[in-house]
Design a protein around this ligand. Structure first.
Ligand SMILES: NC(=O)C1=CN([C@@H]2O[C@H](COP(=O)(O)OP(=O)(O)OC[C@H]3O[C@@H](n4cnc5c(N)ncnc54)[C@H](OP(=O)(O)O)[C@@H]3O)[C@@H](O)[C@H]2O)C=CC1
Ligand SMILES: O=C(O)CCC(=O)C(=O)O
Ligand SMILES: [Mg+2]
Length: 738
């Protein structure tokens, strides 16, 4: 009998799991469904990587590796909650917390000085950034708003800021010298292996060796010029100042974990150039890297004697005052757009801005028009097209707008998920060559200069075929037009288009409307339909998958947390992701301050529903299917009765929302007539829950209002978390009795 694997992650989702999972276990126990938790939290992954530094009882199994293997098995059934894709500051914080708990872990060596440190850094770098998703996502992605969610949003529209045609908000992007402009791509006729080499005058450096590639695999490589980037940034900083708009940079430093922190560092350094020049030596001694952001810089200069620190602080203040106003991540706390690289995640931050009349927050906490700086132009155009559309037509109306589900290419480390080990900051002028080891032929070559960022991505043939099939099956299931967001003028996309056309020809697409459009054209086409209440499937590569599955959900239903997010694994299993959002650090902050958690687990309810259904089919377990169906009914009722967590203390929070889900689930199980045993068990549970509802709710509300201590951020104390997240003894009693 197979199991359902449930991930233990970080931050708000991990707290929520402590409340929800006991309910799930109690409800599924009698049906013989085994649920096993796997720890893929940042702290867990660190501990699993360095057993040699830990005591026996601190050592843990490598759950991510196990799950990664499991994802390739036909019986895989994994519920994946969002986890931290750690930036360097987050990684350092997690290491520090573990060290303070007695874990004798090495520090993260920013600049390794010997082989041992190099090895430690390499191991930590594997934990950094998107380290979990590419391992588990052994399939392509199918993300959509279930009808009940869409209907709920139509009846209970979220706020949507009005747009004015005179808005000064705009996107600034390079267009020249960037990844988009320099991309080269080809499809391999035969399996081979390649070497990536930097050839400079008098020297050759092997950047990567023996990279095995399959027949039919597409590779692409490109480079961002440091000089072009710095020129662009200087120009845009000045322009933001001249135009009186906020300066705001949008990157994906977590998913593009090698390139984007470097680009972020250039933004920080260009913005504060006089300070970085004046204190170059001091910053070097303190190990300050602009890539880690202003917050880390402030922290490090704190160690200096007061007079020295004050002098730097004064110069920093002056440089900040001379520049344009910065968009704020948290204006109450003075956290700017340049503080932490993982705070400015483009997928969430751009749609939030578009929802807010195209404005971001300034230092006074007021909304202001913004220059959204998206250095690479590969996908920036989709945001400028959306902004232009809103300027012309006004804001979207959630009560009438259509929906845009996504079918995303990401299986087997497709595209950018496969770039992590093939992205390099170039240290010397020269040429980067991708050389076919079998023939010695140079497949791709770029001229590069010191400081440029060069990267290569790959996408295997089988995932592309699977992606095309998934798109066709979604188009068939919905009868909606499906648009492949591919640009024939982009090298990589041109290769993909050939394959898409050949795989589409193998499918029966009679009566279906399937088109290929450049991302900008696709945006215009889709937005026009969406405004008119029509639905359109977006079929995209990995980065656009990430962007579009926040952009449209945030506009349509207010958050991507409410999305159904399925990854049909290529070997037959199922990976069920919970929503499309992250792990919302702000929610933990509120919980610790006032005991109110506003994390919405709707995505988790939806994921569990499909996981149970899948389990039922795979294991011929009729009860699992009934549990899945009744959970879906309960989720619909949950939405109709508006039982999502409120944002305010002393009102229903995540825990209260879980209680209501349990109440409706028990009711639905009591009402069904397909399984007498479940009916008997849950009739009793349902009447008990109903009889004690007010007592349970009182216990859940009384638990709020005070500071919470869960014994840590990255590795909280399980007992303290369980106590905090399960404060209703009455509800616990009922669950224990099932
Ligand atoms: N699949 C994954 O594992 C992913 C992981 N991440 C990681 O998540 C972390 C945070 O990223 P961030 O950009 O802040 O994005 P988040 O998606 O965590 O949060 C952005 C905002 O969206 C709202 N939100 C998101 N999810 C929920 C939810 N379930 N319930 C209610 N509101 C929600 C919140 O708005 P409000 O505050 O207004 O309530 C939140 O502040 C990073 O470490 C990132 O690497 C990011 C994306 C995906
Ligand atoms: O893999 C990651 O780091 C982020 C993923 C993400 O944001 C998404 O899948 O929507
Ligand atoms: Mg995303």
């Amino acid at each position: 009998m197979s199991k359902i694997f449930y991930t233990k992650t970080d931050e708000a989702p991990a707290l929520a799991t402590e409340s929800f999972l006991p309910i799930v276990k109690a409800f599924t126990k009698s049906s013989g469904i085994e649920i096993e938790t796997k720890d893929i939290s940042l702290a867990g992954r660190i501990a699993a990587t360095f057993p040699e530094f830990l005591t026996k009882d601190q050592q843990v199994t490598n759950d991510l590796e196990e799950l990664g293997n499991m994802a390739k098995q036909p019986e895989a059934n994994i519920i994946k909650l969002p986890n931290i894709s750690a930036s360097v500051p987050q990684l350092n914080e997690a290491i520090e917390e573990l060290q303070s708990k007695g874990y004798n872990l090495p520090n993260y060596p920013d600049e390794p000085k010997n082989d041992e440190e190099k090895e430690i850094k390499a191991k930590y770098d594997k934990i950094k950034g998107s380290a979990v998703n590419p391992v588990l996502r052994e399939g392509n992605s199918d993300r959509r708003a279930p009808r009940a969610v869409k209907n709920y949003a139509k009846q209970n529209p979220h706020s949507m800021g009005a747009w004015s045609s005179s808005s000064k908000t705009h996107v600034a992007t390079m267009g020249e010298g960037d990844f988009q402009a320099n991309e080269k791509s080809l499809t391999l006729n035969d399996a081979t292996s390649v070497q990536i080499k930097l050839v400079s005058e008098g020297s050759e450096t092997i950047l990567k060796d023996k990279l095995a590639l399959l027949k039919g695999e597409i590779i692409d490589a490109t480079v961002m010029s440091k000089t072009a980037l710095l020129d662009f940034l200087q120009k845009e900083i000045k322009d933001a100042n001249d135009k009186g708009v906020l300066f705001s940079v949008h990157l994906k430093a977590t998913m593009m974990k090698v390139s984007d922190p470097i680009i972020f560092g250039h933004v920080v350094e260009t913005f504060l150039k006089p300070v970085f020049v004046k204190y170059a030596d001091t910053f070097d001694t303190l190990g300050i890297s602009p890539n880690d952001g202003l917050a880390s810089l402030y922290q490090k200069i704190d160690k200096l004697p007061t007079s020295e620190r004050d002098a730097i602080n004064n110069d920093l203040e002056e440089a900040l005052a001379n520049g344009p106003d910065l968009a704020m991540v948290n204006s109450d706390k003075g956290i700017t757009n340049l503080h932490v690289p993982s705070d400015i995640i483009i997928d969430a931050s751009m749609p939030a801005m578009i929802r807010n009349s195209g404005q971001m927050w300034n230092a006074e906490g007021k909304a202001q028009d913004t220059k959204a700086v998206i250095p690479d132009s590969s996908y920036a155009g989709i945001y400028s097209a959306t902004i232009d559309f809103c300027k012309e037509h006004g804001a979207f109306d959630p009560t009438t707008m259509g929906t845009v589900p996504n079918v995303g290419l990401m299986a087997q480390k497709a595209e950018e998920y496969g770039s992590h080990d093939k992205t390099f900051e170039i240290k010397q002028d020269g040429k980067v060559q991708v050389i076919d080891t079998a023939t010695g032929k140079v497949l791709i070559e770029h001229d590069v200069n010191d400081g440029d960022i060069w990267r290569m991505c790959q996408v295997k043939d089988a995932p592309i075929e699977d992606w095309v099939k998934l798109a066709v099956s979604r188009a068939k299931a919905t009868n909606d037009p499906a648009v492949f967001w591919l640009d024939e003028n982009r090298a990589h996309d041109a290769e993909l288009i050939k394959k898409v056309n050949s795989y589409l020809a193998k499918e029966d697409t009679t009566g279906l409307d399937i088109q290929i459009m450049s991302p900008i054209k696709a945006t215009e086409f889709t937005l026009k339909r969406m405004k008119a209440g029509k639905d359109t499937i977006s079929v995209s590569g990995n980065v656009l998958r990430d962007y579009l599955t926040d952009l449209f959900p945030i506009l349509e239903v207010g958050t991507s947390a409410k999305m159904l997010s399925i990854v049909p694994l290529m070997n037959g299993g199922g990976l069920f992701e919970t929503g499309a959002g992250g792990s919302a650090p702000k929610h933990v902050e509120q919980f610790l301050e006032e005991g109110h958690l506003r994390w919405d687990s709707l995505g988790e309810f939806l994921a569990l529903g499909v996981s149970l259904e899948f389990y039922g089919e795979k294991n011929s377990n009729a009860a699992a299917k009934i549990l899945g169906d009744t959970l879906d009914s309960a989720t619909e009722k949950f939405l109709l009765n508006d039982k999502s967590p409120s944002r305010k203390v002393k009102e229903i929070d995540t825990r209260g929302s879980h209680f209501f889900l349990a109440k409706y689930w028990a009711e639905a199980l009591a009402l069904q007539d397909d399984n007498a045993e479940l009916k008997a068990i849950f009739s009793k549970v349902s009447s008990e829950i109903n009889a004690k509802e007010s007592q349970i709710l009182t216990e859940l509300i009384e638990a709020q209002g005070a500071k919470q201590d869960v014994g840590g951020y990255y590795k909280p104390d399980p007992t303290l978390v369980a106590e905090a997240m399960r404060p209703s003894t009455t509800l616990n009693g009922i669950l224990n009795s099932i």
